[in-house]
Structures are given as C-alpha cells and as structure tokens.
Ligand binder design. Structure first.
Ligand code: CA
Ligand code: CA
Length: 355
C-alpha cells in the first residue's frame, strides 16, 4: 500500500485538525452521539462536514476518501490517525507518533457541538474535552499542533499563521500567545474567534481559545512549562544556561504531544483490540540546532510584554534576532538538516506493506 508518499503531500496541519475533530466526537456523559476516533468524519461526511466547526475539513476528508474505497481493509478511523502521524513527520522538531490499527468502521455520525469552539471560554473548552476523556494538561500539549498551523477560515481577510515559526514544531507558539495582544491581522477586522495578536503586523493570528487557556488558572502553568522551566539557584537567580532550558522544554513538549496524541487517537476505541503498527510511521525531520532555538522573544520584545498567570517563576528566554515567517512563505529557503531521516523514510514506505 503506497499510501505514505501521497499522504505526505497533504498539509500536516490539515490532517492533524481532522484527527482531532474526528476523535473528539465522543461523550463519556452520553451528552453527544459518536464513537470518537472512528473515522465518522469520512464515513458520515455528508452529515459532519455540514457542522460549522468542520469548515475547511472537507479538504483533507476528500483527499483521504479515495483510499477507503481502494483499500477496504483499512478503516476510515485508522486512515485518519495514520495520516496525522505521517503528516506530522513532515514537521522539523516533531515527535514520531505511535499508530495502532484495527478500528472498526463508524456506525453513526457524531453529533454537532463536540468540537470546542475557538470562541468559547476556558470552562466550556475544558469541560468539552474532559467529556471526551482528555485532561486540561493533555489539551495544552495537543495545542502544540498550533505551532505548525494556519488559520484559513477564521477571518476571511487573512490566511494567518498562529506563531512566527509555522514550518517548525517548536514551543515558540506558547511564548507568543502569552505576549500582550495589540491588533488583528489582515484588514484589522475581528470576530469572537480571535483575540488581539502581538504580531498582527506580521500577519500572525491569535485564537481566542488559545488566549484564554494560556491565562486560565487550570492551564496556565502547563502552558508556561512548555516555554521553559527555570532552574533557580539558592540565591534566586536562574542558574542553568539558556540552551539547557530550551532543549529540555522542546523535549517536554514533544513527549507531551506524543502521549496526548496517543490518547486522542483511541478516544472511544478499545486499544487492547488494536495492533501496534508504529513502525510504519516515518521518522520526523529533525531541527537544525544552529538555526532554531526554542522559545525566543520576537525582536524588541521582552519579559515586560508577557501576560503571566502561572505563579511559578517565568523562564529566562533569549531574544531572537529576526522572525522566521519566511520559512512558511518560502519552504525552499528552510534550512536543510543533514540527517538520516530521508533513508529512514524510504524504509518506512516499505514497512507500510505490513500495515
Ligand atoms: Ca468520529
Ligand atoms: Ca512553530
């Protein structure tokens, strides 16, 4: 099954969004219909694509649909989660996600209303994901996906990234959402799904949901921990060099995202009946350390621009000499990493026959 080369042409952000929207269609309390990560967004696309929260999801759904017809042994639920794992492997700095296969086909559509609204308050968002079986901390880690995201349907006047390094899976998103907002990208209009962005002049958007979760008592410390963990000496002065701290929080973020995605991928499913096919997932591209350092203030910004809610000391963060938006606009200008990832990816294409 030569599915990986085609899936790798899909945008990681689109298949990650699809994976979340499909999986969150589940309710522990029975408030909503749906069996979670069951592929219902493909199987019952005629229903679920009509929900307002799924605007734009038709693109990855229609790209993946032909596979479900051509390979009847692959369920739609497996295909969506596999596509997310493969898509993420295109993002430098991302973790290699696990992939378990064997989800049965969906038997019903999920209800409308299962996807948390970007315009919702923190309680509404946290209550909804808790009802789907995910903790507040797991939600924070899942939002690392916004580090490689664009918002194409939030404001019709702009196709905006959510951080200044949209081509790299890094913790920059978590720092930039904490900076004081100043305006809105595009033509300056806004709607309830947006909060003022610190980098609106550069075309960056801030989702209202990210804004409130970064500042809510239940999530602010998990959010801040991704930016960095200060190492405090007895004198109260941070003692660890910046490089040590940033390396550690990149690992914290990638491990947190990997474990949270592993849980998301089986929402509503019986994992004991699934088969571990993680070997089929390509190794992600790696970060070039000489080009990317996690969590740096944009030029001319500093701690005074941070709206801190967590009571723990804020980490010392370096200041970037320039922003990296160019990496998303001109992918060919992305720094190339010299790694063994390419040859490993070829091996993964072969292994996928076993899936
Ligand atoms: Ca579903
Ligand atoms: Ca990023």
């Amino acid at each position: 099954m030569y599915i990986i080369p085609l899936i790798q042409t899909l945008k990681a952000r689109k298949v990650l969004r699809l994976a979340f929207h499909d999986a969150v269609g589940y309710s522990l309390a029975g408030a909503y219909e749906g069996d979670g990560a069951d592929g219902s967004l493909i199987t019952f696309s005629d229903i679920e694509l009509g929900y307002p929260a799924n605007t734009g999801i038709d693109i990855p759904v229609n790209s993946l649909k032909p596979f479900t017809a051509r390979y009847e042994q692959v369920s739609a639920g497996d295909l969506i989660q596999f596509a997310a794992a493969v898509g993420l492997s295109n993002c430098p700095g991302a973790p290699r996600l696990e992939f378990f296969a064997g989800r049965p086909e969906a038997t019903k559509a999920a209800s409308d209303g299962t996807v948390p609204s970007p315009g919702g308050n923190a309680t509404a968002i946290l209550d909804r994901v808790a009802d789907a079986g995910l903790s507040a901390e797991e939600l924070v880690f899942l939002l690392a996906s916004h580090s490689v995201a664009r918002a194409s349907h939030v404001d019709s006047s702009v196709d905006a990234s959510l951080d200044s390094t949209p081509a790299v899976f890094d913790s920059q998103f978590f720092l930039e959402v904490l900076l004081k907002g100043q305006g809105y990208p595009g033509n300056g209009s806004n709607n309830p799904f947006e909060a003022p962005s610190a980098l609106y002049k550069e075309g960056e958007m801030r989702l209202h949901s990210d804004f409130v979760l970064a500042r809510d008592d239940r999530t602010s410390c998990a959010w801040q921990s991704v930016v960095g963990t200060p190492s405090i000496s007895p004198s109260g002065v941070p003692s660890a060099p910046a490089h040590t701290r940033t390396s550690d929080n990149q690992l914290l973020m990638t491990e947190g995202f990997r474990s949270s995605m592993a849980k998301l991928a089986v929402v509503g499913q019986d994992k004991s009946k699934l088969t571990d096919c993680s070997a089929a997932v390509p190794l992600p591209k790696t970060l070039c350390e000489e080009h990317f350092v996690s969590a740096a203030y944009p030029p001319s910004r500093c701690y005074g621009d941070v709206e801190q809610s967590c009571v723990a000391p804020f980490p010392i963060v370096p200041v970037a000499s320039k922003l990296s938006f160019i990496s998303a606009t001109f992918p060919s200008l992305m720094p190339k990493c010299s790694t063994s990832a390419d040859s490993d990816n070829k091996r993964s294409v072969m292994n996928v026959h076993e899936f």
